[in-house]
Design a protein around this ligand. Structure first.
Ligand SMILES: [Zn+2]
Length: 115
């Protein structure tokens, strides 16, 4: 058992030693890094989120920004809907964040062309 010599607190009992699910934010006792289903990146997934193929909100927005909802399969609509729910986001917020992301990309692109 590791003990912080300054505080005497066992490191296992401190929040810093816990891992957080990148989808729902749940604290876990150990890392559960798995490959994302939409990007060549790994994130921490709790068992519930991994079982449902959920994705971190911070990945959903840039990946699906610019894609029309009606063009998504029911599978991806469900993944997005459930991933938003576990994050406390609404679908309306998701669509707004996608629009904002696309607008920031346009501004960045315009700036590159001008400079
Ligand atoms: Zn989770």
């Amino acid at each position: 058992m590791e003990v912080n010599v300054e505080t005497g607190v066992t490191l296992e009992s401190t929040p810093e030693r816990k891992c957080r699910c990148d989808c729902c934010g749940k604290l876990m006792d150990h890392t559960n890094a798995l490959c994302s289903g939409i990007a060549a990146m790994s994130f921490n997934y709790c068992n519930d989120c991994a079982r449902k193929d959920l994705e971190p909100y911070s990945v959903l927005v840039p990946y699906f920004a610019g894609t029309l909802w009606r063009d998504l399969t029911a599978y991806w609509q469900n993944i997005i809907r459930e991933s938003c729910e576990v994050n406390g986001h609404t679908l309306e917020q998701f669509h707004k964040d996608c629009d904002d992301y696309m607008e920031s990309c346009r501004r960045w692109s315009d700036k590159l062309i001008k400079d």
